[in-house]
Write a protein that binds this ligand. Structure first.
Ligand code: FE
Ligand code: FE
Ligand code: ZN
Length: 278
């Protein structure tokens, strides 16, 4: 079975997201741990988290994915911004320990003129400071489009973070199809080569989740503008190859396309109908 869901708003609570996911044909979902552009967060409702866990088990959901706020920048030049990243990550991991099936995805950061090498070191240091062995959550580095000074624009940069952190062997990767395409990896025409390269540099066993998005811009544009499935430069044929690929087909897929719920429901139905059961 294809494991697929989309990004949902957490404003009505945890259990409400599970219920919403079910109504649009999803068996997983992604949500922001807090306000994505700020960082403010509601009080944690442990009972609601427990109700969600029961719901996920009852309906055979695939692992759900929490997304850290965009404002989290572990490799900022400003110490106060790095401190916010540290505190946010620590608190989010603490909360997610109450939802043991969830993974936490984050954008590695932007090095803002310090250089990628310094960026990698700062990101690894932040992870070592907050990600303790008792935490059940798997933390995922997201592949980035290479906009501005984003770290994680190449498979090598993700590998470098894993190598630099003591907790590196616990880290996974979330591959965003729009981002890697914008980053110059031609998953539309050379999927096999890109996966071989990922395997060689990072290791396919590290790949734990896929953000499935089309791109408004051509290969290598470094823009990061998501498009609806089949309406962008990656195209529907490539999307169908991706969800059916033997090395990807069992991973959870998360849509972050520009849609409301009805649009997500249609994309989920479209991809489910294109999935070949074995
Ligand atoms: Fe993201
Ligand atoms: Fe993404
Ligand atoms: Zn994006």
């Amino acid at each position: 079975m294809l494991h697929i869901g989309c990004h949902l708003s957490c404003s009505s609570g945890y259990l409400a997201m599970g219920r919403t996911a079910l109504t649009i044909g999803a068996d997983t979902f992604q949500f922001f741990t807090r306000n994505p552009r700020g960082g403010s967060v509601k009080a944690f409702d442990e009972q609601d988290a427990r109700a969600l866990c029961d719901f996920l088990a009852q309906h055979d959901f695939a692992p759900i994915l929490a997304h850290a706020p965009y404002t989290l920048n572990a490799c900022a030049a400003d110490e106060r911004i790095r401190d916010f990243a540290r505190r946010t990550m620590r608190e989010d991991l603490e909360r997610l320990s109450h939802i043991p099936g969830a993974m936490l995805n984050f954008h590695p950061g932007s090095h803002v003129k310090q250089g990628a090498e310094t960026g990698v070191k700062l990101i690894a240091r932040m992870l070592d400071e907050v990600y303790t062995p008792d935490m059940p959550t798997t933390v995922l580095l997201e592949t980035m489009a290479g906009k501005g000074s984003e770290v994680g624009r190449s498979f090598e940069e993700l590998r470098a973070i894993m190598d630099a952190a003591r907790v590196g062997d616990r880290l996974g990767v979330c591959l965003d199809t729009c981002h890697v395409f914008d980053g110059g990896y031609d998953i539309a025409n050379r999927l096999e080569d890109v996966l071989d390269e990922f395997d060689r540099v990072v290791g396919l066993s590290r790949l734990r989740a896929i953000h499935i998005n089309d791109s408004k811009n051509p290969l290598g544009s470094h823009k990061d503008r998501h498009e609806k499935i089949g309406q962008g430069h990656i195209g529907l044929d490539a999307m169908v190859r991706i969800i059916n690929h033997p090395r990807l087909r069992n991973l959870p897929f998360y849509l972050e396309t520009p849609n409301e719920l009805d649009g997500y429901a249609r994309e989920i139905a479209l991809l489910r109908s294109a999935y070949r059961e074995e």
